[in-house]
Design a protein around this ligand. Structure first.
Ligand code: ATP
Length: 367
C-alpha cells in the first residue's frame, strides 16, 4: 500500500540508521525516524542521551558517522549547513550584539539579495508576528531574555525555511516567561505550518508543545509517540520513570494477567508474561483511587488494598500522600489525591483508607 492510499503524508524528514561516534563512544546508535510535513516533534531525554547530537546532524553542524538524512525527498546527508533548508534557534539567543533588532532579523534575508523594500517589509511583518513591532531600532542588550529569544525566532523563520530547529530555546528563561513563550512558539508554528524539531530535557515542555515526542536514552530511541501515548502507555520502564512519576514494585507475573507484590495480588490488562516471571509493576501516583475504609461492597472494586496515610503533603492543586499497609510489605505507595477527594474522605495523616489500583492503570515491565 502506498502512503497516498493510506491518506498519510509522506515523511518530510527521513533519518535512517544514523550513528555518531566520538572516538570509541557512540553518542547515537542506529537512529531511524520519519517526521511528517508540518509536524512539531520534540527530542526529549536526560542530559547526555544524544538529543543535541541528533539535532546537529540534521542541521549539518556535525555530520553523522553512518546513516542518511533526507529532507523534502533530497539527500542532505553530506551537505554543509549553508546548503540545507532550515532556521535554527539556540538556547543562548546568539543575536549579533552590534546590530539592531531589525538588522538581526534581516541578516539571512540580505544574503538572498532581495530588494531593500521587500526586506524591510518582511522585517516589519516578522517584528509584528513575534509581538515586538516597535522594538526594531533597539539593540539586543536592551531587550529581556524572552524578547531576545522572540527575535532569534523571527530571524530563524525570516527566510521561510522548510524546517525549524529549536535547541533548548526556553531553558535560559525564567519559569513565567518560559510558559508564556511555549504558547507563543506553538501558536506561531501552527500558523506557519513549518515542520519543527525542538530539543528539550523538560518533559512538561515536550508534553505541552509536541505533536509527537521522541524519547531518547543512551543514544537510542526508547519510544516515539503522541504526548498522551507516551504518558499513558510508556513502552519501557525508563519512559514511565522519566516522564511523569511512577511507583515501582518488584513483582511476579501470575496466570499471564496478574502480578503479585508485597502480600497482595493484582489483576492487570497487560498479558503475555510467563507465570512466575520477575516483572516490575508500576503505577502513577494520580492513578491510585481512594475510598473510605470498609466502604466498598464485596466485588464493587478489584485491586484494592487497605493502607494508612503516613505522610500528607499539600502541593497546591492536590495532596501527595505516602501510604503504607500490610499488603505492601515494606514498600511505600505514593498517591496523589484531589483536594475534593481529601475533603470528602477527611484524609489526614494516620487515617486508614482503601485504595484501588485499577487494572488498566498498572504498567508491567520485564525485570
Ligand atoms: P544535554 O541535554 O546535556 O545537552 P544531550 O542529550 O543533548 O545532553 P549530547 O550533547 O547529544 O547530549 O551528547 C551525547 C553524548 O555525546 C554525551 O555523552 C556527550 O558527552 C558526548 N559528546 C557530545 N559531543 C561530543 C564531542 N564533540 N566530543 C566527544 N563527546 C561528545
Amino acid at each position: 500500500m502506498t502512503a497516498a492510499s493510506l491518506n498519510v503524508k509522506p515523511a518530510y524528514l527521513k533519518i535512517a540508521n544514523v550513528w555518531k561516534a566520538f572516538g570509541d563512544f557512540h553518542a547515537l546508535k542506529d537512529i531511524s525516524l520519519d517526521i511528517r510535513e508540518g509536524e512539531f516533534v520534540c527530542f526529549l531525554g536526560p542530559s547526555g542521551c544524544g538529543k543535541t547530537t541528533l539535532l546537529r546532524a540534521v542541521a549539518g553542524l556535525d555530520l553523522q558517522t553512518r546513516g542518511s538524512i533526507h529532507q523534502g525527498g533530497k539527500d542532505v546527508s553530506a551537505l554543509p549547513p549553508s546548503q540545507r533548508d532550515y532556521g535554527i534557534v539556540f538556547q543562548s539567543y546568539a543575536l549579533f550584539p552590534n546590530l539592531t533588532i531589525a538588522k538581526n532579523i534581516a541578516f539571512g534575508l540580505e544574503n538572498t539579495k532581495r530588494p531593500r523594500a521587500e526586506i524591510d517589509s518582511r522585517v516589519t511583518e516578522l517584528l509584528k508576528l513575534v509581538g515586538l513591532a516597535d522594538q526594531g531600532n533597539k539593540y539586543p542588550a536592551q531587550l529581556s531574555g524572552g524578547q531576545q529569544q522572540r527575535i532569534a525566532l523571527a530571524r530563524a523563520i525570516a527566510i521561510s525555511p522548510g524546517l525549524l530547529l529549536l535547541d533548548e530555546p526556553l531553558s535560559a528563561l525564567d519559569a513565567k516567561v518560559r510558559t508564556h513563550l511555549r504558547h507563543e512558539i506553538k501558536e506561531l508554528q501552527r500558523k506557519l505550518g513549518v515542520t519543527t524539531i525542538m530539543v528539550t530535557h523538560d518533559q512538561e515542555e515536550a508534553l505541552s508543545m509536541a505533536d509527537r515526542i521522541v524519547v531518547m536514552n543512551h543514544g537510542v530511541i526508547e519510544q516515539i509517540g503522541t504526548p498522551t501515548e507516551i504518558y499513558r502507555h510508556p513502552a519501557t520502564l525508563f519512559v514511565a520513570d522519566f516522564i511523569g512519576e511512577a511507583n515501582k514494585f518488584e513483582a511476579k507475573a501470575a496466570n499471564g494477567a496478574a502480578v503479585g507484590f508485597g502480600a497482595a495480588s493484582f489483576s492487570c490488562t497487560q498479558h503475555g508474561f510467563d507465570d512466575g516471571a520477575p516483572v516490575i509493576a508500576a503505577i502513577r501516583p494520580e492513578d491510585v483511587i481512594p475510598h473510605a475504609i470498609n466502604s466498598l461492597a464485596n466485588g464493587a472494586a478489584t485491586n484494592t488494598i487497605d493502607v494508612t496515610i503516613s505522610e500528607m503533603e499539600f502541593l497546591g492543586s492536590f495532596w501527595r500522600t505516602r501510604l503504607h499497609g500490610h499488603a505492601l510489605g515494606n514498600e511505600t505507595l505514593i498517591a496523589d489525591f484531589s483536594i475534593n477527594a481529601a475533603r470528602r474522605l477527611s484524609l489526614t495523616e494516620g487515617v486508614q483508607l482503601t485504595v484501588e489500583l485499577p487494572a488498566e492503570r498498572l504498567l508491567i515491565y520485564p525485570r
